[in-house]
Every structure is written in C-alpha cells, then in structure tokens.
Design a protein around this ligand. Structure first.
Ligand code: SF4
Length: 124
C-alpha cells in the first residue's frame, strides 16, 4: 500500500488529461465534482504547491484553478511558517528536523534560510 493508492480512483486518470490544462476546465470541473478522491487530491495539490507563486501553478486540481488554489494560500500562513523556520534555524535545528516540524520540504527550509542569508549579505 502506498500513499498514492488513492490515485487509482482518480477520474482524471481515465480521461484525456489535456482537459485539465485547457484553461476553460468545463468538463474537468464536472469530473472533479464527481471524483471520489477529491479530498486526497486537494491535499496533494496543497503539498506539491505549498509556497509556490501562482505563476508556477498549472492545470485544474481538485476542481480548483491555479488562481483558486493560490487564493487558498494566505500570505499570513506562509509568513508565519517562514518565521518559524527562521527561528528554528537560528536555534540550530537541522533542515530535516525543521521540515518535519513545519510540515514542509527540506527544499523550502533551505530556500527560506538562504533568503534570510541573502538579505543579511545585502544589508552588510
Ligand atoms: S479531484 Fe483530483 S483526482 Fe479527481 S478528477 Fe479532479 S484532479 Fe483528478
């Protein structure tokens, strides 16, 4: 059993994937509404796109457009998470531990900590 088993029931896996990227999404939205794994799909989209700018989001996921999904990412949530990452980094936590604590990828941790280092370098 894998954490991706839910994808076997995904309705989008049984149709032309292009309809999820055509920008109109008419038929795709109907499929998502009827899809039995929509909740898992939405969680996966959130996991994959967490912290991404809208311009890097593509296609319809769980019935939500890139703009709609970006709208669920409140700036406040990510600002608070990034502050938490910086605090843990300053306290000497390693990237893997920080990622587990803040429920994000180590890549995100490195990005946040690198941005902080860059801002210190520019200020010096
Ligand atoms: S809800 Fe997700 S898994 Fe289901 S059809 Fe829509 S995009 Fe595919």
């Amino acid at each position: 059993m894998s954490r991706y088993d839910w994808m076997d029931q995904a309705l989008c896996a049984q149709t032309d994937p292009e309809i999820f990227f055509d920008g109109r999404y008419n038929f795709a939205e109907k499929l998502c509404t009827a899809c039995p794994v929509r909740q898992a799909c939405e969680a996966q989209a959130d996991l994959c796109e967490r912290g991404l700018d809208q311009k890097y989001r593509h296609g319809l996921w769980a019935g939500k457009t890139p703009r709609g999904r970006a709208g669920t990412d409140t700036a406040g949530f990510y600002d608070a998470r990034d502050d938490h990452i910086r605090q843990l980094g300053a306290a000497g936590w390693d990237a893997i531990a920080i990622a587990e604590e803040t429920n994000c990828s180590t890549r995100t941790v490195w990005r946040v900590l690198a941005d902080q280092r860059d801002s210190f370098s520019e200020a010096a």
